[in-house]
Design a protein around this ligand. Structure first.
Ligand code: KG4
Length: 339
């Protein structure tokens, strides 16, 4: 009998629903929320309101595109946390209502675990491109920068993480002070293509073990802008490509320095990357050059699975279903939760 999972993601500002049958993706629908753009960041109350409006049409569309009907769904999986509480509650409540009405199991999913397991989503039954256990995963998003040792679908250990800002946050905040739009990561990525990455030098952190820090970089970026703008008010406009390229290359260097250390410490050379920042072209290039230089086997996710999406929730739900790991109907959402 086939196992068909409906996944629901609503942790931040994307409402998404996906259907996965036996590990193969049948549909993945994402409604992004443009309402936040003019605020330069996600406004939690506006996000929950938009989720409320989007959730029913997004789920209906995902089921329609899968070619199945709601009676074919074996279980429903939803993001339980971490994320914005009001946003999480929309997906949580919807999933519970759906599970009760269809008399099917309810599966809670950790958003971070889902980012890692995005590597196991298949487009066809024959596809065999997933990393082999054990592997390391660099999880880099707007809220997290972690190095995770993955021993099995349900066995993951965070061996390093940021002690302050996340890598995505560094992109977004520096882009904001440059007067660029939100989210800043893709804009910096684009500007950097025409820039000189060696033009500006920023401080790199000296943090012990495998942990990260990005707040010092943000501060040194701010100080540079403050000093240069005092001399020339058009400094940003004249230098935006070089600023973007220098910032991006510093972030990538910081990320990869610790990842090399993690590979050395664990002896694991299967290395994946996940989360929104894994869409970054310099991160991707650096992974490929590390594979060539150090003999790593690297795994880059498809662009559509880098940012928040329900396909990764559904695949996580699929493996939890196999392990019969269901959750109670009174399960609360968690704004903060570890792996
Ligand atoms: O995983 P994600 O969609 O959301 C969570 O934080 O859960 O990640 C969003 C982050 C934002 O900080 C955004 O600026 C960053 O991913 N991002 C990028 C790129 N695309 C998205 N950062 C750098 N380069 C990109 N191309």
């Amino acid at each position: 009998m086939s196992i068909t999972i409906l996944g629901i993601e609503s942790s931040c500002d994307d409402t998404s629903a996906a259907v996965i049958r036996d590990g193969v993706l049948l549909s993945n629908v994402i409604a992004s929320q443009a309402v936040h753009e003019s605020y330069g960041g996600v406004v939690p109350e506006l996000a929950s309101r938009a989720h409320q409006q989007n959730i029913v049409p997004v789920v209906s569309e995902a089921i329609k595109r899968s070619g199945l009907s709601k009676e074919d769904i074996t279980a429903i999986a939803f993001t339980r946390g971490p994320g914005l509480m009001g946003s999480l509650l929309v997906g949580n409540s919807f999933a519970k209502g759906f599970a009760l009405s269809q008399s099917i199991p309810l599966i809670d999913v950790n958003h971070l675990q889902a980012h890692v397991l995005a590597h196991f989503i298949k487009d066809t039954p024959e596809q065999d491109t997933a990393p082999k256990f054990p592997f390391l995963c660099l999880l880099v998003s707007g809220g997290n920068s972690q190095i995770i040792k993955v021993e099995a679908y349900n066995k993951m250990e965070v061996i390093g993480q940021t002690i302050d800002d996340a890598a995505g946050e560094a992109f977004d905040k520096c882009a904001k002070v440059m007067g660029l739009g939100y989210p800043g990561g893709p804009i910096i990525d684009k500007l950097a293509k025409e820039g000189d990455a060696k033009k500006f030098l920023f401080n790199k952190p000296h943090i012990p073990e495998l942990n990260y820090s990005f707040s010092g970089l943000k501060t040194s970026f701010l100080y540079l802008l403050r000093d240069e703008l005092a001399k020339d008010p058009d400094f940003i406009e004249k230098n935006k490509n070089d600023l973007a390229a220098s910032l991006q290359s510093t972030i990538v260097d910081i990320l990869m320095d610790k990842l090399r250390k993690a590979v050395k410490q664990t002896g694991i050379k299967e290395v994946a990357v996940a989360g929104g920042v894994s869409a970054n072209s310099a991160v991707r290039e650096s992974f490929i050059s590390h594979a060539q230089r150090f003999g790593w086997k690297v795994y880059l996710p498809k662009f559509s699975y880098t940012t928040d999406n329900a396909a990764m929730v559904a695949i996580t739900g699929y493996y939890k279903y196999i392990d019969k790991e269901f959750c109670d109907i009174d399960a609360p959402s968690f704004s903060r939760v570890e792996l």
